[in-house]
Design a protein around this ligand. Structure first.
Ligand SMILES: [Zn+2]
Length: 237
């Protein structure tokens, strides 16, 4: 349950930010679809009763949502800690050695291709306006709208996992045990295809290949878990 991109989830520009958010939601939903469907298919393939399948699915749903929320909360919180520490360090440096900080900012603009004189002018002007913001933004890449929000990230993760994880339950509408198993597989593959199309749209890429990838991957995951379920049944575990 680690489909969220934890390397760098909060350092994208404005429009990319929204795409990143949608992408994270789609991946969370994918995660819910595949893990809950696999769980239910695995339990069903072991020959267990429908109530065992439902119980397993519900337990997986809450476990997965909690795990996603907790994992995301911890990960984003540590990002906030890093940002807070960086901000305090910058504040201290600006208070203790403003000249060195000015030179540092000038060097940053120089490195981006701004001529020395102009770089110095820009750095001076920004130091007069709001030196801390200038350093946080141009030195550390922090800004208001990229600030990490742990609770929001945790809730979004859990919600997208739940949205995906509820889809396999539609399979329970079928009449017989075998039909239920196949309907779970079918609605899950459909859900994955839908999520794949959304993800491709968000990324602005072609639709067919990423969708096929996600559908085949999900199908494989369910097949493997079903096989494990059957082995468990045969061995009488
Ligand atoms: Zn600095």
């Amino acid at each position: 349950m680690t489909f969220f991109d934890r390397r760098n989830p909060h350092q994208e520009s404005h429009s990319a930010d929204r795409a990143g958010w949608l992408r994270a939601a789609v991946l969370g939903a994918n995660d819910g679809l595949v893990s809950i469907a696999s769980l239910m298919v695995g339990i069903a393939a072991s020959g267990a009763s429908t109530s065992a399948v439902v119980t397993g699915g519900l337990a997986g749903l809450s476990a997965g949502a909690m795990s996603m929320a907790a994992g995301e909360y911890v990960s984003v919180s540590s990002q906030v800690d890093v940002e807070t520490a960086d901000r305090a360090k910058e504040q201290r440096e600006l208070a203790e050695n403003p000249e060195a900080e000015l030179a540092e900012l000038t060097a940053i603009y120089r490195a981006r291709g701004v001529p020395q004189d102009l770089a110095r002018q820009v750095a001076l002007a920004l130091h007069e306006a709001d030196p801390l913001q200038a350093h946080l933004r141009d030195e550390l890449g922090q800004s208001e709208h990229t600030a990490a929000k742990p609770l929001q990230a945790a809730l979004a993760s859990a919600a997208s996992f739940l949205m995906g994880g509820l889809v396999p339950f539609l399979g329970l509408l079928a009449g017989t045990a075998t039909a239920r198993l196949w309907l779970i597989v079918a609605v899950t593959l459909l859900g994955l295809a839908g999520a794949g199309v959304l993800a491709a749209r968000a990324a602005g890429t072609g639709v067919l290949r990423p969708t096929l990838r996600v559908v085949l991957g999900g199908g494989l995951a369910m097949a493997i878990t079903a096989a494990v379920g059957q082995i468990a049944d045969v061995s009488g575990v």
